[in-house]
Design a binder for this molecule. Structure first.
Ligand code: AMP
Ligand code: MG
Length: 331
């Protein structure tokens, strides 16, 4: 989609999100902007003003410049194409450290070096295609694998030339955490940050939890399948409906199994993770998609501080025991 078309789509989407997404309603101040290829919004319920909203917008632009690997003037683009060890920005170093943690936790399924594989499919381009088996095998054996990324204590990145990072599974969550810190420093006490489905809820709404809508997979944006009550938490959704194309009646989605180079063969349409850090919720939501319903449920039930709502490929809504009484199925 052309950028102008995307902005138009974003405006329409924004209206839908306010009608059916986070049921904040009645925010004192709010602003909607376009970033990370999606609609983002910040709404204040207690504290905050227009100048804080402007700083949120600037922070979003700065992080988009860091993480957008297609921006030829951007930081990741430069790092990806650097042949020598390079000193990296603390934000990138932080994300690589978090990614390593989730790579280990998922037995290697979570992998931020899949950029060349993503490029073979051309998700989001006008002409996506299905790469052939041989090409995938060559790329997987030579260009990918998180053991190829090393960051030392002084944030120096060492990687073979050609290894390219795609931080799409973590960048929005990481940015949402930085935005929450900005709001905390600005004495905002009640707010909702929504970076394209990476939601951070600060405080509560007049003593009551906020209700955050969970997108109905493959339905119009802003249509909820469920809602979850939360205060002071990050609520991050990963879903195969967020980016995909269809060929010969088959869906090719954007969450790649690094053992095959193919879209993960998962029985989940979406995974929503609730925890204190949006970056971790973002990484964990992608991990859950890669694991599938049964293993994901077991993982989250056994991970302290994490809860989850899953939508299966039959549009069944299932959730962890800690959310009992907090989830409403709205479909
Ligand atoms: P999310 O929506 O957070 O699940 O992130 C999906 C994005 O993460 C994709 O669009 C890719 O940029 C990237 N990605 C795809 N497969 C993987 C994977 N196995 N591990 C980590 N990141 C991935
Ligand atoms: Mg993610």
């Amino acid at each position: 989609m052309k950028r102008s078309h995307r902005i138009f789509a974003a405006l329409i989407l924004a209206v839908l999100i306010f009608l059916t997404g986070c049921t904040g309603g009645g925010a004192r101040e709010e602003r909607t902007f376009f970033g990370f290829d999606t609609v983002c919004s910040v709404s204040f319920y207690k504290g905050g003003n227009q100048s804080v909203l402007t700083r949120c917008e600037e922070l979003l632009q700065e992080h988009e410049w860091i993480f957008d690997r297609f921006d030829e003037d951007g930081l990741i683009f430069a790092i990806n194409n650097f042949a020598e060890p390079v000193m990296i920005d603390y934000a990138v170093a932080d994300c690589i450290r978090i990614a390593k943690e989730y790579n280990e936790l998922s037995g290697g399924l979570f992998d931020i070096t899949l950029a060349p594989i993503m490029d073979m499919y051309g998700f989001g381009s006008d002409e996506p295609s299905v790469p052939d088996e041989e090409m995938l095998k060559v790329l997987l054996s030579t260009m990918t694998g998180m053991d190829k990324l090393q960051v030392d204590e002084s944030d120096m990145l060492i990687k073979p030339f050609g290894v390219q990072m795609d931080l799409g599974a973590i960048a929005k969550g990481y940015t949402a955490d930085r935005m929450r810190e900005l709001l905390e420093d600005s004495k905002v006490r009640s707010a909702i940050i929504n970076l394209g489905g990476n939601v951070v809820v600060m405080g509560d709404k007049d003593g009551e939890p906020f209700s955050v809508g969970i997108q109905y997979p493959f339905e119009a944006d802003g249509t909820s399948i469920a809602a979850v009550l939360v205060s002071d938490a990050s609520v991050v959704t990963s879903g195969i409906y967020q980016r995909y194309f269809e060929k010969d009646g088959k869906i090719y989605h954007h969450i790649i199994d690094p053992t095959t180079g193919r879209p993960a063969d998962t029985d989940l349409y979406s995974a929503t993770i609730i925890t204190d850090s949006a970056a971790k919720a973002d990484a964990m939501s992608t991990v859950c998609m890669l694991l599938g319903a049964e293993k994901a449920m077991e993982l989250i039930e056994n991970t302290a501080g994490f809860e989850a709502v899953f939508v299966t490929n039959e549009n069944e809504v299932i959730y962890t025991s800690g959310l009992e009484g907090k989830v409403t199925v709205t479909k």
